[in-house]
Design a protein around this ligand. Structure first.
Ligand code: SF4
Length: 456
């Protein structure tokens, strides 16, 4: 199913759709206040974009320097050209150490690679330790957001899930009670784990170390308690110097949740005493993206989620409607680039309002990329026939303003008089989920003329 069909499922529950929209908007407003509190915010965005441009232009050099510096610190570095290679390397390391219990902190890369099922099929228990990720894992769902994986769930849903899996009190929805239950459950998992896997927010070429940002400290426990630490890192996470990191840490948490900084910004520069640390550098299509002048900027993404929170389509259709690992505007452009046919509906999951581009701390031209994908989808003949017909009709109508005006007049008079079933039916996606807006008494043209006449 494409995005429209999935979104229709989500929007059937009007009350939940509204609640989801408001929850995300709350985060977006926090981001705005946090951004406004930094006078040099726009300069920081400029600087971040410049650093990313430079790094991507010399990525080969920085990756090799990173590998050499990491090895000098006793870290074992592996290269994975695709998801399959990544999963194979992780499995081999774990099997070499007879690991049967793994704790894992948030990593969209391992979601992208489909790591969990591979490990589970090989008898390894994988526990996602980020609270939101653990909730969706217990429900056998995928994260619906890259920063807030369980944002589609209410506390009542979490309570039911914990009652079923962690045997908490039935109907107790108190967030503190539920969080304590999760904490106790995860502590046991941390103590029993034989290996920890973390994602990577930034890899620093000049030091060979990696930086992981979390709010729960779960990456630190996962990397510090067991003897074996594996860090999975997309090759685009590279930064040349340690001082470049300051620009991104100032942007990341403010853009993501409106916090000045994440609670934990942890630097890993080698294995724990007597242990082993492995870094897996994963390509999985990133080199191809780097070679594409139209879409390469998508590699600048620092996965803050700001474009997702602000997107009016995401807020009202939920993350699962995208059917791709990463939802929202950045996921739509990455997904369409990766597999244009399979993800052909995603670039249309946007109003092209440009809000995503405005908030992106790395200045990625998201709405332009989505627009460009649409052109290519049409050229490749991949557009759904119904949509193509509707768009052609709309295009023809906009070229005939007199007819458009007449149509507006007829609709204004006619719609309020029609029997409800003729307006609110399955052929009218808008009317299926909500009341049509009240028709204005006057046309826009009349209102415009009136206003113009009033001006001195
Ligand atoms: S595209 Fe920009 S706004 Fe969206 S997640 Fe990436 S860095 Fe954040």
């Amino acid at each position: 199913m494409g995005h429209p069909e999935n979104a229709r499922e989500f929007t059937r529950d009007i009350e939940r759709t509204h609640w989801h929209d408001q929850a995300l908007w709350f985060v977006r407003e926090k981001r705005d206040r946090a951004a406004r509190s930094v006078p040099e915010w726009e300069e920081l965005r400029d600087q971040a974009a410049r650093i990313k441009w430079h790094t991507m232009a010399h990525l080969d050099r920085y990756l090799e320097q990173f590998e050499a510096n990491a090895k000098a610190k006793g870290i074992q570095v592996h290269w994975a050209k695709d998801a399959e290679a990544h999963n194979r390397i992780v499995l081999r390391i774990l099997q070499d150490h007879q690991v049967t219990r793994l704790v894992k902190s948030k990593s969209m890369l391992t979601e992208e690679c489909g790591l969990n099922p591979v490990l589970e099929q090989n008898g390894i228990e994988v526990v996602d330790t980020d609270l939101g990720e653990r909730i969706v894992q217990l429900r056998h769902e995928h994260p619906s957001h890259i920063v807030l994986p369980a944002i589609h769930l209410k506390k009542e849903d979490v309570s039911d899930t914990f009652h079923e899996h962690l045997h908490t009190e039935k109907g107790n929805n108190d967030p503190t009670y539920l969080t304590r239950a999760a904490r106790a459950h995860l502590r046991e998992k941390f103590l029993a784990a034989e290996a920890g896997l973390t994602g990577v927010n930034f890899g620093i070429s000049e030091t060979g170390g990696v930086v992981v940002c979390t709010n729960e400290g779960n990456a630190d426990l996962g990397a510090g308690l067991p003897r074996l630490h594996i860090a999975s890192m997309g090759i685009e996470k590279m930064l040349p110097r340690l001082q470049d990191l300051a620009v991104f840490t100032r942007l990341l948490a403010r853009s993501a949740t409106g916090q000045p900084i994440t609670s934990y910004t942890s630097h890993f520069h080698g294995p724990v005493e007597g242990g082993e640390m492995h870094i897996i550098l994963v390509d999985n299509g990133r080199s191809t993206l780097l070679g594409d002048p139209t879409y390469r900027k998508a590699l600048h993404c620092i996965r803050c989620g700001a474009c997702i929170n602000t997107c009016p389509v995401y807020r009202r259709s939920g993350g699962h409607s995208y059917g791709y690992t990463i939802p929202g505007p950045i996921g739509s452009t990455l997904g369409a680039f990766k597999d244009r046919k399979a993800n052909r509906t995603l670039p249309y999951a946007s109003t092209l309002c440009g809000s995503c581009t405005c908030v992106c701390p790395a200045q990625i031209d998201l709405h332009q990329q989505l627009y460009d994908h649409r052109q290519e989808i049409v050229k490749a003949g991949l557009l759904d026939r119904k949509k193509e017909t509707t768009l052609n009709l709309a295009g023809w109508l906009f070229k005939h303003p007199k007819l458009l005006e007449l149509g507006g007049k007829v609709l204004r008079k006619l719609v309020p008089r029609l029997p409800r079933p003729l307006v609110y039916n399955r052929f009218n996606p808008w009317g299926e989920a909500r009341e049509l807006p009240e028709m204005p008494a006057k046309s826009f043209k009349e209102l415009y003329r009136e206003r113009k006449g009033r001006q001195p």
